[in-house]
Ligand binder design. Structure first.
Ligand SMILES: Cc1ncc(COP(=O)(O)O)c(C=O)c1O
Length: 393
């Protein structure tokens, strides 16, 4: 390998992303011009408040929402807790239905409702991780009062049929929250037509900064939200704490670039990332026989979830492969290590019915704007060397 070839390649977009070009510059400009506290009454505060509100309007318009439907938070975890716990605490206790393939933040927020008298029910998924719609529809009977479904699954990439899920919830008058954290990095949804009542997003998955996210919430449900963080009364009294016009500007810049990409990456029309992912999938499958999880047209376009095995078909450890690949200069993650790199069994793969030894063999590759065609050859070579090392062990 020459020196250029040895540079590490980042294939872990679902964990976090570097800043998109121009994001840092925009944040620096806002920090310089509008660094005041948006609640202060002097000119420094007014400049910050104006910057914040202009950016809120910009983000709202990018997403087809009204500015007063955008609540700024610290990221997806907080948005999920505000959306679910904040709404449930003003509803009479009942049942909350979540899918069996949620991010742990949703499962934890739902579990936090049980001391208030709520029951948590998980809607089952099929072998591809797609929610079983007939079972889901049955679960919308009383006492269900709240639903949360992840739109684009972070571990296996499955896209849920959110339009159908939303329509079913609407028929029953049940508010639906969706965790769109991974979807928004690929294409901006049109909130004005989406049959969803609360939506979570996070900037650092989209080429924006860490520490800022949003909760979109429709007016009728916003009136029923209860704050989790109380104090200064910011964000319509729903999320106290000094707002960061700087971080929000970074998020707006990242979202506007995603919109400018123009192509609806969630449809079947190919865009750059999908093409790159498909090329990689083809090579890894053909040359090393690794299996892909999920169906091609129902997955996040930048996501590749693999099951590793050696030549005799025996599953290989995904966690070991992550470490060996890191030494080869490929940054990926093992499917089961969704929280702090801990070796926990994957509840997502369990829900999809994969046996335990296969669950341990999963590997996630997720691509971003920094990846390009000319990296494919090197990725495949590094993968081959790592696979050999892991097979020999
Ligand atoms: C689907 C999904 N939801 C929520 C989160 C939590 O995001 P944040 O780090 O912004 O709290 C993540 C992060 O991995 C995610 O992938």
């Amino acid at each position: 390998m020459d020196k250029a070839d040895a540079r590490p390649i980042y294939l872990d977009a679902c964990a976090t992303t570097p800043l998109r070009p121009g994001v840092q510059q925009r944040m620096v400009a806002v920090q310089n011009q509008a660094w005041g506290n948006p609640s202060s009454l002097h000119c420094f505060g007014i400049a910050a408040a104006e910057a914040l509100e202009r950016t809120r309007v910009e983000i709202a318009s990018l997403l087809g929402a009204e500015a007063n439907e955008v609540l700024i938070t610290s990221g997806a975890t907080e948005s999920i807790h505000l959306g679910l716990r904040g709404l449930a605490s003003s509803l009479p206790p009942g049942r909350i239905v979540i899918s069996a393939v949620e991010h742990p933040a949703v499962t934890a927020a739902a579990q936090a409702l049980t001391p208030l008298g709520w029951q948590v029910c998980m809607a089952p998924v099929d072998a591809q991780g797609t929610i079983q719609l007939d079972r889901f529809a049955e679960l919308l009977q009383p006492p269900t009062r709240l639903v949360s479904v992840i739109w684009g699954q972070s571990e296996v990439g499955t896209l849920q049929p959110i339009q159908t899920i939303g329509a079913l919830c609407r028929q029953h008058g049940i508010p639906l929250h969706t965790d769109a954290t991974q979807v928004i990095s690929q294409a901006l949804p049109d909130w004005s037509t989406l049959p969803v009542d609360l939506l979570t997003a996070s900037a650092h998955k989209c080429g924006g900064p860490r520490g800022v996210g949003l909760l979109l919430v429709r007016g009728a449900w916003k009136q029923q939200l209860t704050a989790l963080l109380t104090g200064g009364g910011q964000e319509s009294n729903l999320r106290s704490g000094t707002e960061s016009a700087v971080l929000l500007a970074g998020m707006a810049e990242a979202l506007s670039q995603i919109q400018r990409c123009g192509v609806d990456a969630l449809s079947n029309s190919g865009n750059g990332i999908r093409r790159l992912r498909d090329a990689l999938e083809l090579q890894l499958g053909q040359r090393f026989g690794v299996a892909t999880i999920g169906q091609p047209d129902q997955r996040l376009p930048h996501h590749l979830a693999l099951l590793l095995r050696d030549r005799s078909g025996q599953p290989l450890s995904g966690r070991r492969m992550v470490r060996v690949l890191d030494r080869e200069g490929l940054a990926v993650s093992s499917g089961s290590a969704c929280s702090s790199g801990r070796d926990t069994d994957s509840s997502v793969l369990t829900a999809m019915g994969l046996p335990r030894e296969m669950r341990r063999s999963s590997l996630r590759l997720s691509l971003g704007f920094w990846n390009s065609d000319d990296q494919i050859e090197s990725i495949v070579e590094r993968f081959e060397r790592a696979l050999l090392t892991c097979s020999e062990a």
